[in-house]
Design a protein around this ligand. Structure first.
Ligand code: FES
Length: 106
């Protein structure tokens, strides 16, 4: 696994990421949907497994799932699993906090 530094610190990430507003993060050729939800940071693939919509355009629901804006499929941010298993799981990416920054595992 390759670790990529995405913030200088957890504090910076916390200050720059709005709660429950999915953000697009592009690392090389990978498009990641980054979400701060209840003070946790999650990273999942930005491409909806149903029909390819960009999940950073979606919303976070009461259950902490990212809801695709196109057909409303709901993906768990921790597991990537679609609520009703109507499509494949999203790829999920670990996030690690180190002394010198916050890293995303690809
Ligand atoms: S493209 Fe995401 S639910 Fe259809």
């Amino acid at each position: 696994m390759r670790w990529v530094k995405i913030f200088k610190s957890a504090q910076e990430a916390n200050a720059r990421l709005p709660e429950n507003k999915p953000q697009l993060l592009v690392v090389g050729d990978q498009r990641i949907c980054l979400v701060k939800h209840k003070d946790h940071l999650y990273a999942v693939s930005n491409t909806c497994t149903h029909n390819g919509e960009s999940l950073n355009k979606g919303q976070i629901n009461y259950a902490g799932e990212v809801v695709c804006p196109w057909h409303g499929y709901q993906f768990n941010l921790q597991t990537g699993r679609e609520y009703l298993e109507r499509s494949a799981d999203l790829e999920t990416f670990p996030i690690r906090v180190e002394e010198d920054g916050l890293y995303l595992g690809l």
